[in-house]
Design a protein around this ligand. Sequence first.
Ligand code: HEC
Length: 182
Amino acid sequence: MRSRQVMGLLLGTAVLAMTAWGTTRQSLHAEDAKAGKPGQESVARGRRTAMMLDEVYKNAIVLITDKYVHDEEDFPAGSAAVVLFDRVTKGGSHAVRLIDATGKPYDEDNVAKDEFEKAAVSKLKAGAETVEQVVQQGDKWNLRVMTPVPVVMKKCVMCHAHYADAKKGEPIGAISYTIPLD
Ligand code: HEC
């Protein structure tokens, strides 16, 4: 009788302990998710960073095309951007890609690859100024941003002849950013 009581008590305690452990784990988990998800301020900072980079990169591409590219034999700003973006991405501060939005890329690697990029190309072609999404990758959060690349100069058509067929105002390419959020 006594040993049965002891057993019952032990079992009861064990069940209680397990329930408490489960609840703690659950609430810890919920708090983790809450603490991990970047707030509005963090997203706004990521957006500002993306827009700042976008301005620098686009000005550099246009400047190089304007001042250094005179004929089809010259090293194109597009190629310079691809090399620069690869190196910057390897550096790890953010990831960036130059991609085609016409269906006829020079290099077949320069196309929308994942779901975000594919959907964003359609939205940019339909007139969106930028497209963004907060995404979780492992235990990290990133802001994905895509901005349009228009045909800014006649010179672009020298190498990308089909840009001449682009509808007025429709982007022929896009820059895809992945900015880490804190
Ligand atoms: C001298 C030739 C030349 C000129 C001028 C030129 N590009 Fe390019 N562009 C290229 C080449 C070559 C690539 C492929 C780069 C690579 O993958 O290394 C490229 C790549 C691109 C890409 C990535 C998609 C793709 O087709 O591979 C975009 C977008 C782009 N260029 C836009 C422009 C814009 C906008 C201009 C005008 C400001 C321009 N290019 C001017 C030769 C040129």
